[in-house]
Ligand binder design. Structure first.
Ligand code: SF4
Ligand code: SF4
Length: 434
């Protein structure tokens, strides 16, 4: 694609990298074939190629977008399915991030939109705020018909109860071996640790049982991706910098073999810290190191741990499992087969879901901000899951777990819960009746 950035414009690091990305695009449109929003809406501007043109026009001409452009960019899920398909290696992820930041800086949204986006930004990225709001929401649930549509949907999606934690909050979880074989940091996340603490607990138990010490340094909650995808770069960068500084200090002082993410949406962003700070002299080196250290839990287990599966046919039944490949896992981190192979080692039957490259509609805050499209994507996903008739569903991202659980009664759990259970950990509570 031809570009016309001026020399002055190319002094800006974001323009410079976007120019490189844009030049790679050959307008072939292959990406449209696997874009969930293009598939649903059939509008060129709701597909990656159309969005690439819209972003190019905004940033090249350095002009604020109009309402129509914002609508089409907002409808993008940031699922990165287009990146998997693109034969020219167009990094759509970095381009849409730039586009979103540009919109946030140059476009004034309606009062209602600003209110909702600011509310999500401040609530979801902070576990304490999220817990308080979720509790308060229970009282207004019966009156939710009084609220505007988006707020009604948000209230509906708030969790009803919070599972009890079985592990105390600690900064170091010791390995069950005198001499640990490795030492890793765990990102416990913001929403996940409130609504599904059992995922972090299964991760810690599993790693500890296999001789790995787990540290959860104080001060790290949100990875920053929530604000990053809302285009709120200042808030996102505050989280990024705080996390990088804390982990880097831990790495230098006590040593870290890896930083483990068990939420693939967050893992994708952590792996991008190096790119985000590529021009920041103070953070460049540290951010690059943090990205290099980051591993999805399944990736870390596959590469580093000899898992001790317990073979006891009297205790472990054989299940039929549908595996949902989260977009951030398969398209963002290019990890698809690794989690499936790990689950297969438990002796269970694992099935890919038809049209598995398409998003379930969760996509961070998407199911709250673009509810109609998210609902349609969820409906399609559930219908494809039902074709498998599984006893339960497995996936590696809390957003997908929450979204899919809203559309079906089939139990859904995190991959790490299955691996923990089959290597001597607790049987996940959602399977208590199976
Ligand atoms: S990120 Fe997903 S929704 Fe957005 S353009 Fe690419 S494929 Fe379409
Ligand atoms: S597939 Fe790649 S090169 Fe082709 S239009 Fe899409 S982004 Fe451009």
């Amino acid at each position: 694609m031809e570009t016309h950035f001026s020399k002055e414009q190319l002094k800006n690091k974001d323009n410079k990298s976007s120019e490189k990305i844009l030049r790679k695009c050959v307008h072939c449109g292959f990406c449209n074939a696997t874009c969930p929003t293009y598939q649903l809406l059939g509008d060129e501007l709701d597909g990656p190629r159309g969005r690439i043109y819209l972003i190019k026009d905004m940033i090249e001409n350095n002009k604020p977008p109009n309402e129509k452009i914002v609508k089409h960019i907002d409808r993008c899920l940031s699922c990165y399915s287009c990146m998997t398909t693109c034969p020219s290696g167009v990094n759509y992820m970095h381009l849409i991030d730039h586009g979103r930041n540009h919109i946030e800086k140059t476009y004034k949204r309606s009062f209602g939109d600003r209110f909702i986006r600011n509310f999500l930004s401040r609530t979801l990225s902070n576990p304490t705020n999220f817990r308080i709001i979720a509790i308060l929401t229970q009282f207004i649930k019966p009156l939710r018909f009084l609220f505007p549509k988006k707020m009604r949907e948000m209230i509906k999606l708030m969790p009803r109860k919070f599972p009890k934690k079985t592990l105390p909050n600690m900064q170091v979880y010791r390995a069950l071996k005198k001499k640990p074989v490795a030492r890793v940091a765990l990102l416990t996340g913001c929403v996940q640790k409130v609504i599904s603490p059992q995922i972090n607990e299964a991760t810690i138990r599993l790693l500890n049982r296999h001789g790995i010490e787990v540290v959860v340094p104080k001060g790290i909650d949100c990875c920053g991706s929530l604000n990053h995808h809302l285009g709120k770069s200042d808030l996102a960068h505050q989280s990024f910098k705080k996390n990088i500084s804390i982990w880097y200090e831990e790495y230098l002082k006590n040593g870290l073999d890896a930083i483990i993410s068990n939420t693939s949406g967050c893992g994708t962003t952590l792996k991008d810290y190096g790119f985000i700070f590529r021009a920041d002299q103070d953070f460049k080196k540290k951010a690059k190191k943090i990205s290099e250290l980051t591993k999805d839990i399944t990736e870390y287990l596959d590469e580093n741990v000899k898992l001790n599966f317990i073979k006891d046919k009297n205790y472990y039944k054989e299940y039929k499992i549908a595996y949902h490949s989260a977009c951030s896992m398969q398209h963002g981190q290019k990890l698809h087969q690794v989690p499936i192979n790990l689950i297969k080692k438990t002796g269970n039957k694992v099935f890919n879901i038809a049209d598995g490259h398409l998003c379930c509609g969760s996509a961070g805050t998407y199911n709250l901000l673009q509810n109609d499209i998210a609902k349609q994507l969820l409906k399609n996903k559930i219908s494809n899951i039902k074709k498998i008739n599984p006893q339960f569903i497995a996936t590696g991202n809390i957003g997908c777990i929450t979204q899919i659980a809203n559309g079906t009664k089939i139990p859904i759990l995190h991959t790490v819960e299955i691996i923990d259970w089959y290597t001597g950990g607790l049987k996940p509570e959602v399977l208590s009746k199976l």
